[in-house]
Design a protein around this ligand. Structure first.
Ligand code: MN
Length: 155
């Protein structure tokens, strides 16, 4: 199952929005859905801004990670661009150290590179996830979770 695509699983999952708690209200977009726990550690929220379409064949998702949350190791058959829009996050490619990424920065990820992204331990983190050519091979291939040992190797 591909969480970057607006599949039935995500669409049918009832939306839990920021309005449910006061201190979360600023950060979670209205209409965001909780990211599937099989591909995420901790809590994350996804709102598809540009669903799969014939005009550009490119999807854009707004993803917010609570502090400490991250996605599994994964690859993108056609690469991915992340644009950080809030908070401080982590990005790691297999065999490389964790990179800290901040608002205004972008990460350009080549096809088939094994990586993960998520919040830093003390900051909620939001990025846009831009996936090109999703009709050709899909948007993401999920691998194993990022362990606490891997996640905390930055500290
Ligand atoms: Mn990715």
């Amino acid at each position: 199952m591909d969480w970057y695509l607006c599949d039935e699983h995500l669409i049918n999952k009832k939306t839990k929005t920021m309005s449910q708690t006061d201190n979360e209200q600023a950060a979670i977009p209205e209409g965001a859905t909780q990211a599937p726990s099989e591909y995420f550690t901790g809590t994350a929220w996804i709102k598809m801004l540009v669903p799969p379409n014939d005009l550009t064949d490119c999807t854009v998702g707004d993803v917010t990670f609570e502090p400490g949350a991250r996605n599994n190791w994964h690859t993108h058959p056609n690469g991915q661009i992340l644009v950080v829009t809030a908070g401080t996050g982590y990005y790691q490619e297999q065999g490389q150290p964790i990179q800290v990424i901040q608002v205004g920065e972008a990460v350009n990820i080549a096809p088939e590179v094994v990586h993960w992204h998520g919040a830093s331990p003390d900051s909620r983190f939001t990025h846009l996830a831009i996936n090109p050519n999703v009709s050709k091979g899909g948007a993401v291939i999920w691998l194993q979770p990022v362990t606490d040992e891997e996640y905390l190797s930055k500290m």
